[in-house]
Design a protein around this ligand. Structure first.
Ligand code: NOJ
Length: 510
């Protein structure tokens, strides 16, 4: 929400919409980076870790947001971007100034190979080599993302200390936790060895970055020590949350809960974001994830974020409601992306209007802009998001798909989200109860959640055809508490159940 008409969302805008967030039922908000930044990667290129970009407001606006959120029992989680700074950060300005500068070693500098080439074959996520040549000091520096985002050297204890103080700065200001950007890559191989080719990579499919397996540039064992330090700082403050952005295979992901001491409370589980929307695969994956969790580890599920296509684009419009029910009835903390509760779709952004550097470097098909368009509040001009020209175009259907209209419609995605969140928050079975997958075939996913003396049976139809399905054995009667088709709520079901196409049901078992 933009409060000052410049077309960009800001802190005062968020504060003005806290009542909406409260009515939605969410209990915490994660805000992408709000710090001073040249915006080469929309805030993920930070030039001052302890300030606020004027586009987003001031520290006073931030304090007000935290105070107002706390009054409503909403937690505020910040995005912490430790892998890289902006090339405009004073630390890098010093580092690049000369080889002798005391901050030279705060970043990753290396000589060229004898033939003048880059020190190794590592690639940037955003296209091309991960190394940039600096003519003035005759060395390369490493950047896992844009060349405007040089990687910090986390093997340098001064960097570690400075970055721990950044956490303290915001914790002292009352934030409730952090989502840690690119946690996986903070530590690089000490010898900077070449990455091997990925045999699964096929030309022209996916980002060129995927040609190599990031064996030596990511997920090094020593990173766990860094994460333990971060957790240690959070623990100095009592109940705070550490969430890691970790795109990695499941067994490796589990290590970020911490094997030699606590690390993340929640290593983000991106399985639902990455996989094909297919019932058999999802059902198998949920069982795999549940089985892989270390003892005592708390699960979590992510359905969307600002980097991936929206759920309406990944699963199809007809599945938006089923996806919501899956996210909000699985065991573990759900993370939803702003606007997905309206079923917002991928918005077509004309090639010449692309903002995302990934779309610009790798081609429009890679652009993340379609998921980043303004939130649709009402049927007014600019969907109530701004009084000015928004930084990205609005979706074509904003006059119909918006908070004001969907609030009035009990059959809307927004109303379903509200009912599901309310149920989840009030029923221990869904909030903290056990999970048991049920045998199912074809497009059906079914499971039971149990706790607080209650049992809920969840059945989801990921296909368009009606299917009949039996309640779990021994439960003669059930009552539909929430359905994606609101007309079915409150009805009783007996042993055999007709599940409509694209329908999901939460059934209280007697
Ligand atoms: C992950 C963030 O979510 C993404 O938006 C960003 O471009 C990269 N990390 C680099 O910071």
């Amino acid at each position: 929400m933009d409060s000052n008409g410049d077309g960009v969302g800001d802190l005062a805008g968020i504060t003005s919409r806290l009542d909406y967030l409260q009515s939605l039922g969410v209990t915490a908000i994660w805000i992408s980076p709000i710090y001073p930044s040249p915006m080469a990667d929309f805030g993920y290129d930070v030039s001052d870790y302890t300030g606020i970009h004027p586009l987003f407001g001031t520290l006073e606006d931030f304090d007000r947001l935290v105070a107002e959120a706390s009054r409503r029992n909403l937690r505020v989680i910040l995005d912490y971007v430790p892998n890289h700074t902006s090339d405009q950060h004073p630390w890098f300005v010093e580092s690049i100034s000369s080889r002798e500068n005391p901050r030279r070693d705060w970043y990753i500098w290396r000589d060229a190979k004898p033939d003048g080439g880059a020190p190794n074959n590592w690639l940037s996520h955003f296209g091309g080599s991960g190394w940039e040549w600096d003519e003035a000091t005759n060395q390369y520096y490493y950047h896992a993302f844009l060349k405007e985002q040089p990687d910090l050297n986390w093997r340098n204890p001064e960097v570690v200390e400075a970055m721990m103080n950044v956490l303290r700065f915001w914790l002292d200001r009352g934030v409730d936790g952090f989502r840690v950007d690119v946690m996986l890559e903070l530590i690089k191989d000490a010898e900077l060895r070449d990455n091997p080719p990925d045999p699964r990579y096929r030309d022209g499919r996916g980002r060129p970055y995927r040609q190599l397996l990031p064996l030596h540039s990511a997920d090094q064992l020593e990173v766990h020590e860094v994460v333990r330090k971060m957790r240690g700082v959070l623990d100095e403050y009592g109940e705070r949350v550490l969430i890691g952005e970790l795109y990695i295979e499941m067994d490796r992901l589990m290590m970020y809960y911490g094997e030699d001491g606590p690390e993340c409370h929640m290593p983000f589980n991106f399985s639902l974001v990455l996989m094909r929307w297919d019932a058999r695969r999802i059902a198998a994956l949920v069982d795999q994830y549940e089985g892989a969790l270390p003892a005592g580890a708390w699960p979590n599920w992510v359905l969307g974020n600002h980097d991936v296509p929206r759920i309406a684009a990944r699963a199809g419009r007809a599945q938006v409601a089923v996806a919501a029910m899956l996210l909000l009835t699985l065991r573990g903390t759900p993370t939803m992306y702003c606007g997905d509760e309206l079923g917002m779709e991928a918005v077509a952004v004309p090639d010449e209007a692309i903002q995302d550097p990934v779309g610009i470097n790798l081609g429009p098909g890679f652009s993340r802009d379609p998921s980043r368009t303004p939130m649709q509040w009402d049927s007014g001009p600019v969907a109530g998001f701004s009084t000015g020209q928004p930084w990205l175009p609005l979706s074509a259907d904003h006059e119909n798909a918006n908070v004001a209209m969907q609030s009035e419609d009990p059959d809307s995605p927004l109303s379903l989200y509200r009912r599901l969140i309310a149920l989840r928050q009030s029923e221990p079975a869904l909030m903290v109860g056990s999970y048991a997958g049920m045998p199912a075939e074809g497009d059906i996913i079914a499971y039971v959640r149990e706790g607080g003396g209650k049992r809920f049976f969840i059945v989801l139809n990921l296909g368009a055809d009606d299917v009949s399905f039996d309640l779990p054995q021994g439960s003669g009667l059930g009552s539909v508490v929430v359905s994606t088709d609101v007309d079915r709520e409150g009805t009783d079901v007996f042993e055999a159940l007709e599940v409509r196409g694209n329908e999901g049901l939460v059934i209280a078992l007697s």
